[in-house]
Design a protein around this ligand. Structure first.
Ligand code: FE2
Length: 386
């Protein structure tokens, strides 16, 4: 057994043994996700899409007009979900290189902390590669401290300390007070964010989140859980100590044909953020609105719904309405959850979104994997990539 494999049972036991967890010092306390920054080819238009399709509001802007000469950034928000859409203003900018390689893509998964200096110190002393030393940003609204480390692929984690800040987002940004074109859809917070990593890299990144970030293994799915006739993947869900931040990590597994994770790795190319799950308290309302506003979702066949009642038992939502919208349901010991996945939100088959509503269940929809993967394979087939 490799060293990497030996560490996993340890992580599971420490997560479930609350007595031992209580005694361990959480060296990286996280208050949640602060924001997600995308590097995009045209930030003004990307912001329009997230406002009119997903219902976010434009809340802040930075660019040449605010003294940021080399790039423009639009901050859009709904509930606690905050996206920053950034584009470079010249072709030789490092951000342009990222866009050339990955298309519009997530660059920064920013985490909200009390102490960005300590977060950087604790993680870099455990082996994280720095992507930015602690830096104090100030303006008339106060100060924000940021620091960054590298994670999988070209993705980075930025630690954001904003205790002493009262402005719209960060120093350098100007506030936008009302957004006449935002069409809210009831999305409230990020439930989890999934990364795809390369072949045989799962244990490397599980170890990174365990040892460098102090996360532990929360759930684990192997190719027996996640496979169809053609393709397979493995997934491990990592969580921080208070459970506010969950990062499932996917690795492709051997199947007869190219799996969705392989397709992602080929087109992104390389490891990166695969999907962002956003929570709602009323999935029927949210998905109805998103659908009306042009968001496209994956569809599963009618037979999924004829078998649903037997599989999940009684649920509050009418099954006909779920079928009409294509919403999936799964149940575990603690309750049930509803979820639906968008088609990729750009032309490369890379990033997509999940909409999720939890009724007690803390699962990730294991009972839906097969139906979902078959739906994904139909899409891959249509792209000529299966
Ligand atoms: Fe998910």
């Amino acid at each position: 057994m490799s060293t990497a494999q030996r560490t996993i049972p340890k992580a599971i036991s420490s997560h479930f043994d609350s007595a031992s967890l209580g005694k361990q010092r959480d060296f990286l306390p996280l208050k949640g996700t602060d924001h997600v920054e995308f590097y995009v080819g045209n930030a003004r238009q990307a912001a329009h899409f997230y406002r009119t399709a997903f219902g976010m509001s434009l809340v802040a802007y930075a660019g040449p007009e605010t003294g940021q000469r080399d790039r423009a950034s639009y901050v859009v928000q709904q509930g606690k979900i905050r996206f920053v859409l950034t584009t470079p203003l010249s072709s030789d900018h490092p951000i342009a290189e990222h866009i050339h390689r990955h298309g519009d893509a997530v660059r920064v998964v920013a985490l909200w902390v009390d102490d960005a200096r300590s977060a950087w110190q604790e993680t870099t002393s455990r082996g994280a590669v720095s992507a930015g030393e602690p830096n104090v940003l100030t303006d008339e609204h106060g100060e924000v401290v940021v620091s960054s480390i590298h994670t999988y692929g070209d993705t980075i984690h930025t630690f954001v300390e904003r205790e002493k800040y009262g402005g719209p987002f960060m120093p350098g940004y100007r506030s936008i007070n009302s957004d006449p074109i935002a069409r809210p859809t009831g999305l409230i917070h990020i439930d989890h964010m999934v990364g795809n990593v390369g072949w045989h890299e799962m244990d490397k990144w599980v170890n990174f989140y365990t040892h460098v970030m102090g996360f532990s293994l929360y759930q684990h799915f192997d190719d027996k859980d996640i496979s169809t006739e053609y393709s397979a993947l493995m997934s491990k869900v990592m969580t921080n100590a208070n459970g506010f931040v969950k990062f499932p990590i996917n690795e492709p597994a051997v199947g007869k044909r190219r799996s969705q994770v392989e397709e992602y790795l080929d087109y992104f190319p390389g490891p990166g953020v695969q999907h962002i799950a956003m929570a709602t308290n009323d999935i029927l309302h949210t998905v109805n609105k998103l659908h009306e506003q042009g968001v496209e979702f994956l569809r599963v066949p009618h037979t999924y719904y004829t078998e649903l009642q037997d599989r999940v038992g009684k649920i509050d939502e009418p099954i006909e309405e779920l079928e009409e919208l294509g919403i999936l349901v799964d149940r575990d010991d603690e309750g049930y959850m509803l979820q639906i996945f968008t088609r990729p939100v750009e032309d490369r088959p890379t990033l997509f979104f999940e909409i999720i509503q939890r009724h007690g269940s803390r699962s990730f929809g294991k009972g839906n994997f097969k139906a979902l993967f078959e739906a994904l394979e139909r899409e891959q087939q249509a792209r000529g990539n299966l």
